[in-house]
Design a protein. Structure first.
Length: 313
């Protein structure tokens, strides 16, 4: 059965880019395979950025090649520009995400591009994808970063958010996503912005969201997104991650806690929670001293816990 909610693991990209330690390639492979064996079916495995910018992700092409060997796994990557998209296509990624920060100050800090320049890159990437053979065209998402607020600019006007969402869709993105890059979101704002985008462009163009747990509202915000009909939620094993170019933007949602919440609510994720909890051992061995977060791993599963995925099997 298809899972009710797709939990997209972003730790190998968003998590690793935010810490100074460099995880060995073999450990990355072990991490990705262990999550795949636990039932995770979409993993953002890296980012095609220059190695001098993010040496932690310099081996992304090799990681993509390995991840593609796992049947049924959607291999996702982040690309900052056309050059990154070309590398992603050469490597064989199934999905690529182009970040467009609705805060132009953050965009310049993050990928050194103005809004108009990013939209031009999006158009060029869409044309590149269209030139690929049918069946070999990766899904193309434009991510509206800092959409709930920016540590550098503060609140971003709705009109600017809608203008940039429209620009990404007109450029050729298959869909847009909302990203709480700085951890500013709250449930009311999550509902409001999802409804704003759905109302302007239709529900089919926005199905996923990337949330941080910076102020402890990650799971509450995830629930708000579910209430609005979103079906894809990003999370990071052990809560690794943030954004190195946005001051104070710490903490992705913990994959283990998110999966527990969804399964306890009766929403199937297709993920074996005990198997997922064991994956932390790979991170602990490969990243000694790096803090890992999560309430479910510390507390364990409740007596008599019946996950929705098991009931649906």
């Amino acid at each position: 059965m298809e899972p009710a909610i797709l939990v997209s693991e972003v730790g190998p990209r968003d998590g690793l880019q935010s810490i100074s330690a460099i995880m060995p390639l073999e450990a990355k492979k072990a991490w990705i395979e262990a999550e795949y064996r636990a039932g995770v079916r979409e993993i953002e495995v890296g980012s095609f950025v220059p190695a001098k910018v993010l040496p932690q992700l310099a081996d992304t092409a090799e990681v993509v090649a390995f991840a593609r060997s796992l049947p049924g796994l959607v291999v996702a990557v982040l690309v900052p520009n056309l050059r990154g998209a070309q590398a992603a296509i050469e490597a064989g990624a199934h999905k690529m995400t182009l970040p467009l920060s609705v805060s132009e100050t953050h965009s310049l800090r993050n990928i050194k591009r103005t809004h108009d320049q990013v939209l031009e890159e999006a158009k060029a990437i869409a044309e590149l994808i269209a030139d690929q053979p049918e069946g070999a065209r990766p899904k193309f998402e434009g991510s509206l970063s800092t959409v709930f607020g920016c540590t550098l600019e503060g609140v971003i006007p709705d009109a600017q958010i809608l203008r940039l969402a429209e620009g990404l869709l007109k450029a050729g993105c298959h869909e847009v996503g909302l990203s709480d890059t700085t951890g500013y979101a709250n449930p009311a704002e999550v509902r409001r912005l999802i409804r704003l985008v759905h109302g302007a462009f239709g529900e089919e163009v926005l199905t996923g969201i990337h949330l941080h747990n910076t102020r402890g509202l990650g799971l509450a915000n995830a629930l708000a997104a579910l209430d609005c009909g979103l079906t894809t939620l990003d999370a990071s094993l052990g809560g690794l991650g943030g954004c190195p170019f946005a001051p104070g933007a710490s903490g992705n949602i913990v994959t283990e806690d998110l999966v527990f919440m969804l399964e306890a609510m009766g929403l199937s994720t297709g993920i074996d929670l005990p198997a997922l909890l064991k994956v932390r051992e790979i991170l602990q061995a490969a990243l000694p001293g790096e803090p890992l977060y999560g309430f479910t791993p510390d507390a364990g599963l409740p007596l008599g816990f019946q996950p929705a995925t098991q009931a649906a099997a």
